[in-house]
Design a protein around this ligand. Structure first.
Ligand code: 5AD
Ligand code: SF4
Length: 471
């Protein structure tokens, strides 16, 4: 048994990061059995779940959407806000009942939440029906843990961040769009954020390994690749080869996949070189997620964000000028400790100046072990909710305003699947990452097509496939 300890994780051992071949254990032990996987949280977790699916498929499992039918349940958890915990424990309650009727059911809990101090301990003591607990640094052990499971609780969560595994056999969700990890962990330590503790210090993959993965995706016919990291533009700062994100992005663009994206960018690490590369290559999509978090320089300082309101605005304007038609979205937290009405007005001021294409907005949630959790959470829930509502209203108005600009225009859309908005409709994304529901293009899933936009809502566009007639 191995339990995580935040203090140990904080020591940031200076052990060099080593690269290993993924273990990719293969067995037919679970042939004909089903697994059910529930993923919480960010794209990082979604992609980790593609690794988990690969591991389970290699053991003979098939996936089911019905957890009551499963022989094995995996929960890939998130820790970013308190409500992420509530959801996990809520579902575990249902799993507990199921296990009473199916004692052979194997229940696994992994991901960010299990890396938090005391969570693995809580699972051990209060949820004894959970069979296997694993962390973010040892997903690769899941196959071994399942094969060796002997009906006693197995807890293997490494505190100290692990090595980098290459040649992971992902089972990707899509045949057209793919995630590619370029780095793991984060060294920014924003004071409210649990990620540097649950995901560990920044570890960049070697550029050659990333490029090889992208080349393989191109061979396999992928049309879009999203480079993934908590803070992609800090890529390479932990390597000693002098290569940075701008260099990587350019090399990836040259491979020639039609659409290249990247998330997430920290404003502090955004360089001129990056802006140049994005504007130079047509296949780097004009879409940037640039978390603001707060518009008040005072609060930004308390958050440890390393930029002021003015510096953010300067960067924002530089990007807008250099990349025509770029769409920029953001993340904003309201109700950080000591946030006054004036601080919140500063946030609204930045929102009004930037007129973001969209934003993810959050109520501050103290995370145990982070520096901000030591500051009294002194803003009432009522005030936090009031601020959130006010902010969301403005954000949605700007989203609608930007979406309206598309009405009557013809844009390129990568069609990714069937739309939820009705039969005979498919959906996909514009280069600027706008969701489009499209009439009459059923055979176009997996293609980039021209779509004429007929109407716009705050969160999506409607359109029709354009068929060019050759005379
Ligand atoms: N409380 C509220 N929101 C948070 N985020 C990160 N930590 C917290 C927290 N403790 C938000 C930030 C980040 C996004 C992924 O989640 O806005 O960019
Ligand atoms: Fe968290 Fe800040 Fe790192 Fe983003 S940059 S993952 S908010 S510590």
């Amino acid at each position: 048994m191995n339990l995580p300890n935040l203090k140990e994780a904080k020591k940031r051992e200076n052990s060099p990061v080593e690269t290993f071949d993924a273990r990719n254990i293969k067995s037919d032990k679970f042939e004909g059995k089903y697994f059910y996987l529930r993923t919480y949280g960010c794209q990082m977790n979604v992609h980790d779940s593609e690794e988990i699916k690969g591991i389970l498929s290699n053991l003979g499992f098939r996936q089911t959407d019905d957890y009551e039918k499963a022989h094995l349940i995996v929960m890939n958890t998130c820790a970013i806000r308190e409500n992420a915990h509530d959801k996990v424990f809520g579902f575990l309650g249902r799993v507990k009942h199921l296990k009473k009727d199916k004692p052979d059911l194997i229940v696994c809990v992994g991901g960010c939440m299990t890396q938090e101090e005391n969570v693995a301990e809580t699972l051990k003591n209060k949820y004894p029906f959970v069979d296997i607990v694993f962390g973010t640094h040892n997903i690769n052990d899941l196959g071994k843990l399942i094969l060796e499971h002997q009906n006693k609780q197995d807890i293997e969560v490494y505190s100290i961040e692990g090595n980098i595994y290459e040649n992971i056999e992902y089972k990707r969700d899509s045949k057209y769009t793919a995630w590619v990890n370029i780095m793991y962990g984060c060294d920014k330590f924003c004071t409210y954020c649990i990620v540097p503790y649950t995901r560990g210090k920044q570890r960049s993959r070697k550029m050659e390994d990333i490029l090889d993965e992208v080349k393989d995706l191109k061979k396999a016919g992928y049309l879009e690749v999203t480079l993934l990291g908590q803070n992609v533009n800090a890529y390479g700062k932990d390597l000693s080869d002098g290569r940075d994100f701008a260099t990587l992005l350019e090399e990836v663009a040259k491979i020639g996949i039609p659409r290249i994206r990247f998330v997430t960018s920290h404003p502090w690490d955004f360089t001129e070189e990056m802006i140049d590369v994005i504007s130079k290559y047509d296949n780097i999509m004009p879409y940037i997620h640039l978390p603001l978090q707060s518009g008040s320089s005072r609060i930004l300082k308390l958050m440890g964000r390393r930029y002021t309101k003015e510096e953010y605005l300067e960067l924002f304007n530089k990007i807008k000028e250099a990349i025509p038609g770029v769409s920029i979205t953001t993340d904003i937290i309201v109700g950080f400790p000591n946030e006054t009405d004036e601080d919140f007005d500063e946030t609204l001021d930045v929102v009004n100046k930037c007129q973001f294409d969209g934003a993810f907005t959050f109520i501050y949630s103290p995370r145990e072990g982070t520096p901000a959790a030591l500051i009294k959470d002194n803003i009432s829930m009522e005030v936090k909710e009031e601020r959130l509502q006010k902010l969301n209203k403005i954000i949605n108005d700007y989203s609608l305003m930007h979406n309206k600009e598309y009405e009557g225009k013809t844009v390129k859309v990568l069609v990714t699947g069937m739309s939820e908005k009705g039969e005979n409709k498919v959906c996909g994304y514009t280069e600027t990452m706008k969701l489009v529901n499209i009439d009459g293009a059923l055979n176009d899933i997996g293609k980039i097509i021209d779509v004429e936009i007929s109407s716009a809502k705050s969160f999506s566009l409607d359109g029709k496939k354009v068929t060019f007639v050759n005379n």
